[in-house]
Design a protein around this ligand. Sequence first.
Ligand code: UN1
Length: 508
Amino acid sequence: MKQVLKTLKIKSLNNGVSTGVESWAGSGKVLNSYSPVDGQLIGKVRQANREDYDKVIENAKEAFKVWRTVPAPKRGEIVRQMGDALRENKDALGRLVSYEMGKSLQEGWGEVQEMIDICDFAVGLSRQLYGLTMHSERPQHRMYEQWHPLGIVGIISAFNFPVAVWSWNTMLAWICGDVCVWKPSEKTPLTAIACQNIIQTVLKKNDIPEGVSSLIIGDRKVGEWLSNDANVALISATGSTRMGKAVGQAVAARFGKSLLELGGNNAIIVTQNADLEVVIPAVVFGAVGTAGQRCTTTRRLFLHESMYEEVKNRLVKIYAQLRIGDPLDMHNHVGPLIDTDAVNNYKTAIANIQNEGGKVLCGNEVLTGNGFESGCYVKPTIVEVESQTSTVCHETFAPILYLMKFKTLDEAIELQNAVPQGLSSSIFTLNMREAEQFLSYAGSDCGIANVNIGTSGAEIGGAFGGEKETGGGRESGSDAWRNYMRRQTNTINYSTQLPLAQGIKFDL
Ligand code: UN1
């Protein structure tokens, strides 16, 4: 890890505030970053206070004045170089993501790959920020719309995808001409510093104002400052529904824009027409991958009664064989939870569901002893439940899978939609009618609905996000770029008259 930290320019006491123009220690408290992998201290960061925050925003404002004048395809060229810089650092950054966050090394590298992919996507987009033209109802008039940059985009990101989700936002925002201020999770500050270091090298090389990318590490207060600050045109926040509600309300109160990507409670429906050879790996990866800490993690499994016992038994058997341990060891399937608070949430959720009548089929254990010194390793758990009690309706960020039985697809879809969240969903069936019903207006109410693949592991090319308490925002692919720009409608009169719209006469 020493070499990784050196490559990524992580010091023993890191600066937690960086406008890029300068990076300074910050005047707030020191934050320690411990690895959930082995409980070791990885590094320290000096956090920000309000004065630091104000300085960051001032610098970002100045940088915006320059950045918005750089033609979009030229901004794309800078982002292309960022993608290359990430390619060069993929191994090191992936390792640090794995060590600081606790996800498997494969997933750490995968996360950096997502960053590289969104760079490529953004480069292409930088020549495709299309507006529509429309025919005016007035003679010799032309109407069209154009998209302008917003200004400062504040990004609040979560620990579980400590770098990829930031890049979904920044790379698009940057080609759109915005400048970004990032408040990463306090649980993963070092991966954020690594990204800032990589980006700054590219900006410097191109003589671009470095305030295009700012980093501000601090506690929830920083999130409040951003949310309440009229200088920040858009807040893109990923995390819990509780956090999103606070951010959304504060931003709405000042008529700012927000893009919220919050909790999920994702389900898979397995009908009697499913191919179980595809179902089993999809469910296991969806439920235990990233130790159940993706917002797209599979949390509920609806099984048709005809195959309920078979799938249940197969899952329990596979769960018994899962290798839990150091995520940097490629042999292991499941790494640690992020911290011991998360372990407590896991324990509480299981105790609650048992009180509500749930039957634990396997798991429900915090691992101790050799290799588990951090106290963050838990056994993935399967619980059989009769109905969707309050614990089932709540997103617990841990590998707990609730199993339920159904008779008809109508019933299964109703159950799948009967939770407050609406992020990701899947159906497994080889029957075309069932698949189409699930995807129809009367089917899944989620932002993501899949057929014969699991709920997690979305590609960057599609718009990512969900409905209801998931917040309604869409990030990443498709036309999500529009979130980062403001639309302007322009009407130009090239006649010698002044005809009014709607045929109104106003004779002088
Ligand atoms: C998240 O958990 O916040 O679909 C994002 C997936 C990933 C992104 C998850 N591509 O699992």
